[in-house]
Design a protein around this ligand. Structure first.
Ligand code: EPZ
Length: 425
């Protein structure tokens, strides 16, 4: 029961086989907005963030920051933050709903000198450990202990000081923790094997605009020289490349034609190259791209990888497309240990998929059949939507509170593109 939004009884109904045609404007990126919002804990006055998507996750982060004592003035897609945290302990009732809450650990430690953050829960796609976030805190001079489900971090007498953080594996969130914690530490910090996602570059660019000294964003080695303080800053969140990729697949899977506006195509190079290889037409412009298709997709094997490889957050959506391809596709998931929860639901729609360890072998069928299906996590819920858009008949999708975590105004956007879609109890 997701009692945060109390939307777990709502369903989405889709009558499939409508072509998805027209243009759609992409919202700000959830996975950039969340760390950027956490910066309000260390940029204590005059911090304005715009292009923030109105999602369950961004609303939750706003509640978490307000509970810590930050003043939040949220008008439309813009938040004005004022005043830093008044306390050093994050609320368990809020943290337990969202893994990304771990992103307040570093900024809270920087701001208060101590931080108490509940251990975030796992989720459907995996155990989601946080050991690399703890590594960051210890490498930058913190003492970290665990007590009754809480992480307790505090600083030694000489405070936060720079160090070398050599990640044994690539982690988006831990790289973000390292950046947010090192920018005000004394001396130089080197982050090796850093994640290179566009959302991390967005976080770093905002910090540089606020006076931080960061080099190497978007590469696997980031060098930070600590500064004394950060100045006030206005910043706009980068467009959501995963939402953009999801709409691109909506066009391909329904043999439609969609212009995807307010996006940075360069953030999706590997995905768009794969989409072209499946037979979709992709026209790329400066701040938009157009995807159309007139035939059944051609199979194309993928392996999910850290950026700039094929994004794990588009794996489930791509599997929906390959489930109607003219042949077999191998989809390998290397980032999360359990990111195939959408497979049994696609099979209910008539897909033919076999899983062996981290690989799904998709034997394409001509047509999916409408069915009642259950969404298990955010991207799996989009997979169900995409399957239903292509399926013959009317599908019923439960568990759509997952969808509200990461897709802003999805039903309206799809309906404006010609989908026969409604949401009701
Ligand atoms: C971010 O999660 C995104 N979330 C995820 O998007 C995305 O799938 C993921 O990066 C990979 O791109 C946000 O940005 C809010 P990781 P994050 O740390 O930071 C392991 C979505 O659908 N790991 O890069 O949690 C971890 O278990 C969400 O929008 C550790 O072992 O991902 C995973 O196997 C889902 N120890 C791998 O690293 C740690 O301390 C990559 O995780 C941290 C992570």
């Amino acid at each position: 029961m997701n009692n945060f939004d109390n939307t777990d009884v709502e369903k989405i109904f889709i009558k499939g086989e409508n072509q998805i045609n027209g243009s759609v404007t992409i919202s700000g990126a959830k996975n950039a907005a969340l760390p950027l919002m956490a910066l309000s804990l260390i940029i204590n006055k005059g911090f304005r963030l715009s292009n923030i998507p109105n999602l369950a996750d961004t609303r939750l982060m706003a509640k978490l920051l307000a509970d810590l004592g930050t003043t939040i003035d949220w008008q439309n897609d813009t938040i004005n933050f004022n005043g830093g945290p008044q306390k050093d302990e994050a609320s368990y009732d809020l943290v337990r709903h969202m893994r990304a809450s771990i992103l307040v650990l570093g900024p809270l430690l920087v701001s208060k000198g101590t931080a108490k953050v509940p251990l975030p829960g796992g989720c459907a796609i995996g155990t989601r450990p946080i050991d690399l976030h703890i590594l960051v805190m210890e490498k930058l001079g913190a003492i970290v202990t665990f007590d009754s489900g809480f992480i307790h971090a505090s600083l030694k007498s000489d405070g936060l000081r720079g160090g070398v953080i050599n990640f044994p594996k690539i982690s988006v969130g831990a790289t973000e923790s390292a950046i947010m914690t090192a920018v005000l530490a004394k001396g130089e910090t080197k982050i090796l094997n850093a994640a290179q996602e566009p959302e991390i570059v967005d976080l770093g660019m905002c910090l540089i605009k606020a006076g931080a000294n960061i080099k190497g964003l978007g590469t696997n080695t980031i060098t930070i020289n600590g500064v004394k303080k950060l100045t006030s800053v206005n910043y706009s969140v980068v467009p959501d490349r995963i939402e953009a990729g999801s709409f691109a697949i909506a066009s391909s899977i329904t043999k439609g034609d969609v212009e995807i506006l307010n996006v940075r195509p360069g953030d999706l190079n590997s995905f768009l190259n794969v989409l072209k290889a499946t037979g979709s037409n992709v026209q790329i412009h400066k701040n938009s791209f157009r995807v159309s298709s007139s035939k059944r997709p051609v199979p194309h094997n993928i392996t999910t990888e850290a950026h700039p490889g094929f994004p794990t957050d588009l794996q489930a959506q791509f599997m929906a497309l390959m489930s109607i391809a003219d042949g077999n596709t191998i989809i390998k998931e290397t980032i999360f240990e359990n990111r195939f929860m959408h497979v049994p639901e696609l099979i209910r729609m008539g897909a033919k998929i076999v899983i062996t360890k981290q690989e799904a072998i998709v034997n394409g069928v001509k047509k999916l059949k409408a069915s009642r299906v259950m969404a298990s996590d955010l991207r799996a819920s989009m997979c169900m939507i995409l399957g239903a858009l292509a399926a013959s008949g009317t599908s019923e999708i439960d568990g759509i509170f997952h969808l509200d975590r990461g897709y802003e105004n999805l039903v309206d956007k799809l309906s404006n593109l010609g989908a026969n879609i409604r949401r009701s109890f």
